[in-house]
Structures are given as C-alpha cells and as structure tokens.
Design a protein around this ligand. Structure first.
Ligand code: DNO
Length: 352
C-alpha cells in the first residue's frame, strides 16, 4: 500500500516541500487542472508535473482526475471523439509513469456541500451537507462554484446542460458509462493503468440529475460491465459512508481485488441526508476506519491510499477540505493504522 497526498499543482497553497516533510507519504496525486474536460493533455505538461515531483523525491503515479466530458455522459454523437481523446490521455499518462487514474461519472457537479466552513465546538471548520439547504438552492442562480471542483461551468452552459440531462435516466447514464468503459478499459489494460471510478458524493441524486455510483449494488454492476481487473473503483469511505444505508464492509467485499485507490476520511451523520466531515480517527465520526483498512489489507489491497478532506485547524486558510495540517494528521493516522495491521499480522505469523 502506498500513502499519497493530493496536490493541486503549482497554484496550490500547499507546496511539494511541505508534502515531502509528512512522514510516510511516498507520492502525490495530481492532475492538469487547467485543461478543459475532454481535451488531450500535453506531454510537456505531464512531464513537467512528474519532474517537479521527482525533484522532491515524490512519486507521481496517480492522477485525480481525468475528467469525463459531459458529451460522453450524455451519450451525444460528439462522445466518440472525446472517448478517443480519453484513450490518448491514458496512453500519454502511462508513458510518464502513471499507474492509476481516478475519474467520476457524476453529471455536471462533482462533490457538493452546503457549507464549506461549518464551525465545530473546538473552533476548527469543516465541510458539511444539509439536504434541506441543498433543496433550497437553484443551481442556475446560486453561487455553486466550490473550490474543490475540478470544473465549473459558465451559467449559460450550465442551463443548457441541465436541460439536456432532463431526458437522461439512470439507465441511460449506465448505458453511456458502459459504452465509455468498453472503449477505454482495453486501452488502460494494454498500458497497465488501473481505472478507479470515484463514487458519487453525496451518494444520492441532486437537482434532479441522475447519480449511479452510490453503493454495493452499483459497484457490483460497474464491475460486471467488464471483468478486466483494471476496471475498478476508488473506495472513498466518506462518500459511500454519508448514506446510512451503505454498509462499507459489504462494498469492500463486492469490490475485492478491484479497489485501486482508497480515500480515507470520516463523516458524522446528523440526519437521514445530513452529515458533517470530521477529523480522520474513528472515534470522531461514524466510520470504522481501522476496521475498513484492515478489511482492505486482509483482502490483499496493495494500491494507493490518501487522506481525504481535512478540517481547517490551527488558523490555516486555504482550499476548503485541502489544507495541509489536518490532512497531514490524516496521513499519519493512516500510517499508524498500517503499522498496527502489519504488527498484528506478524504476531499472528509467529503463532502468537
Ligand atoms: C473531492 C474529491 C472529488 C474527486 C473526484 C474524482 O474532494 O474526492 O472531487 O476528486 O470526484 O473524480
């Protein structure tokens, strides 16, 4: 298992010099954030990111994300060309050492929260989600541009997209995902790149848009589309864990051997569809972090893992969810759990 840390590139307030000082982090998870979804990434820019990481002794083996153009999710005639571009990106990334690509199939919006700075009793702030507040938002008039999103759309384009999606049912979206995967998985397989779909966050429909990667049944269905092992998932415990009905152990079991990337963060549910993000340790939220990591490792997980959204602590200002301090604590917590797992295993092997 390799512990990694997300980096938003040279414009990120968190620097590679800081990341390299977090113990046990061996590499970064990055992307080219200035390329519009669907375009081919320039080799020069990929190589530059890889070189910057290399200079600091950090690996760059995971990309999060290569965004999927809406034309593909909508199944438009233009999808064909964009799928070809996607394949070319896989080939190019493989050439520069990328082993795993995280992507998602959420229509229009990536992750969504109603508050980016919810204050906690200890004075820290964190991301939170209240369904009633989200229901009150009109995506066309509210300011929904969240800094964590990889892309946001100009208002005119957003209106057009929402209209187009009004005829796309969940089944249509599955069909379009299937078309996409049947094309790209053989290329990824040939290049030795693992594809890790990220679950919908939160794992339920918003603004009337279909969302399909939400729990154990959808994970099983996704993995059946093609049984090539490179067709896998990002096991994001905070995303799946926001829905009370999701049993994370069942999801891990369903995806055994096909979990290529893990996002570890904790959430505390405060209602049927309400939750707030917390510090990483199990006792701070509703998720059994060690139990899940142990399950993954017992099942042979040897992929990439990263701490996910952190709170803002110690007066830090920065990209909500992606400051340095709390994520660094998260990385150390993951390292501690890993060491504990290895220890128990060794003791078991000694016959103790
Ligand atoms: C949120 C992230 C997501 C994720 C994409 C993957 O912070 O986990 O934005 O990067 O959904 O495609």
């Amino acid at each position: 298992m390799k512990i990694t840390f997300r980096w938003y590139g040279e414009n990120d307030g968190v620097t590679l010099d800081q990341i390299r000082q977090i113990p046990v982090v061996s590499g970064v998870v990055a992307a080219l954030y200035d390329v519009p979804a669907g375009e081919v990434w320039s080799e020069k820019s990929i190589e530059k990111t890889a070189a910057l990481c290399r200079e600091k002794g950090l690996g760059f083996e995971v990309v999060e994300s290569v965004p999927v153009r809406e034309d593909i999710k909508l199944g438009l005639p233009s999808a064909k060309g964009y799928i070809e571009n996607y394949k070319e990106n896989i080939r190019r990334l493989a050439k520069y050492g990328i082993k795993c690509i995280c992507y998602n199939f959420m229509p229009v919006f990536d992750w969504l929260r109603s508050d980016l700075n919810a204050r906690k009793a200890d004075g820290s702030t964190a991301l939170s989600y209240r369904h009633s507040e989200v229901l009150r938002l009109d995506p066309l008039t509210s300011d929904l541009s969240l800094p964590g999103w990889d892309a946001s759309y100009p208002r005119g384009e957003l209106k057009d997209l929402l209209t187009r999606y009004s005829t796309v049912s969940e089944e249509r979206l599955w069909d379009n995902l299937e078309t996409f995967l049947k094309e790209i998985i053989p290329v990824a397989s040939e290049c030795g790149v693992k594809m890790a779909i990220h679950p919908d966050d939160p794992p339920w429909g918003i603004f009337g848009l279909p969302r399909i990667i939400t729990g154990a049944e959808s994970v099983k269905r996704l993995l059946r589309i093609t049984d090539d092992p490179v067709n896998g998932i990002t096991f994001c415990v905070g995303s799946f864990g926001a829905a009370k009905e999701n049993n994370l152990f069942e999801i891990a079991e369903a995806a055994k051997g096909r979990i290529h990337f893990a996002h570890f963060r904790n959430v505390k549910r405060s209602g049927e569809r309400d939750f707030e993000e917390t510090a990483h340790p199990s006792e701070c939220g509703d998720i059994d972090m060690f139990g899940l990591l142990k399950k993954l490792l017992d099942d042979g997980f040897s992929g990439y893992i990263r701490p996910d959204h952190g709170r803002m602590i110690w007066g830090e200002k920065g990209r909500p969810g992606y400051g340095l301090f709390d994520r660094a604590l998260g990385a150390c917590y993951i390292a501690g759990m890993y060491e504990a797992w290895k220890g128990t295993r060794e003791r078991r092997h000694c016959g103790g």
